[in-house]
Design a protein around this ligand. Structure first.
Ligand SMILES: O=C(O)CCC(=O)C(=O)O
Ligand SMILES: [Fe+2]
Length: 343
């Protein structure tokens, strides 16, 4: 066990020894059951080199309706941009333990950055072998990032600036599919008022069959734009049956998924979909999701454009920070969080 194992790795090793001695324990991951992995299905890969092509818009909307998950290529971020942000994540998790610990949740010098571990054996049904560093991004305010870790601060800011362009294009396309012609400032606040970027770090795991990377959940975001490395390990719930589809790493691609907020705004036209990541025996995996979240006080409910023809709203109006608090107050329960907003 090197220091590079992260916080979860250190705590978990003790717990793991205890776990092995209690085989009847219910906390056993099931993802490795090969009969539950569908190999003939795969989520779409969309070439977005021409964002103005109506076929691109249609492919994005169709993928969001059918799968809630897709990958995009030729989006404008270069391989170098993607490598730089992954390297920045590895640099942070390669820091000595004491350096990383400065950003520990509750002790961090700024409320816009915090380090957490998913290790919470009492709350989780399946142990999660993951640490994550979370940044709240405040556009145009260098003060907000002043105390971020110097080993990755610049790269996170640069990546967010570039990714914002892709995020806006994606939202424009998705909202076009909901009859929304223009995204004004108020709408922009509802759709992407407080983005959060994570470095998810999954240290090598001695017994991946006994742990999860991240358990089944849907994201609460409007959309999530995720960069994964070439280790793989992300699975999406298939549209039918109790099966999972692997999201293969594609060089240069970004994975996009619909979050609960967009499902609510679209009155179920677009679906947020459960996904999970597995722990890995041989390599340290990193993923970099941007959770495109609404502003904390934004009011979320089915958009007037989707109810235009007299359709009944499936969801009530909720304040995003209330939804977020509810989500984080409990362990993952698949898509159950959405009941909070359902009428
Ligand atoms: O690491 C991954 O591939 C997925 C991470 C994820 O689902 C999340 O952070 O919400
Ligand atoms: Fe997620």
């Amino acid at each position: 066990m090197g220091d590079h194992q992260g916080i979860a790795g250190h705590f978990l090793m003790d717990f793991y020894c205890w776990r092995v001695a209690t085989p009847s324990d219910h906390r056993v991951a099931t993802i490795t059951d090969p009969t539950k992995i569908v190999t003939e299905d795969s989520i779409p890969i969309i070439d977005v080199s021409d964002w103005n092509d109506p076929k691109v818009t249609e492919s994005i909307c169709e993928a969001a309706r059918k799968w809630g998950f897709f990958q995009i290529v030729n989006h404008g971020l270069t391989l170098e941009d993607l490598d730089k942000i992954k390297d920045a994540g590895h640099r942070f998790f390669g820091l000595p333990k004491e350096e990383r610990a400065k950003y520990w949740k509750g002790k961090s010098p700024a409320n816009t950055v915090s380090l957490s571990t998913s290790f919470s054996p009492h709350a989780e049904a399946v142990l999660e072998w993951k640490d994550f560093l979370s940044f709240s991004y405040v556009s145009g305010d260098p003060e907000a990032a002043a105390l971020w870790p110097p080993v990755c601060k610049f790269q996170v800011l640069e990546y967010m600036e570039k990714a914002k362009i892709v995020i806006k294009r994606l939202l424009e396309a998705l909202l076009k599919g909901l009859n929304v012609k223009e995204i004004d400032q108020a709408r922009e606040y509802v759709l992407m008022g407080s983005p959060v970027i994570n470095f998810n770090y999954y240290p090598r795991c001695p017994s991946p069959e006994l742990a999860a990377g991240v358990g089944p959940h849907s994201d609460i975001s409007t959309i999530t734009v995720l960069l994964q490395d070439d280790n793989g390990g992300l699975y999406v719930r298939a549209t039918e049956g109790d099966c999972w589809i692997h999201v293969p790493p594609v060089n240069g691609a970004l994975v996009v998924n619909v979050g609960d907020t967009l499902q609510i705004l679209s009155n179920d036209r677009y679906k947020s979909v459960e996904h999970r990541a597995v722990a890995n025996r041989n390599k340290n995996r990193i993923s970099v999701p941007i959770f495109v979240d609404p502003g904390p006080d934004a009011v979320i409910g089915p958009l007037p454009e989707v109810l235009e023809d007299g359709e009944k709203p499936i969801y009530r109006e909720i304040v995003f920070s209330d939804y977020s608090k509810y989500f984080f107050s409990k362990g993952y329960e698949g898509k159950k969080t959405m009941d909070y907003a359902r009428i």
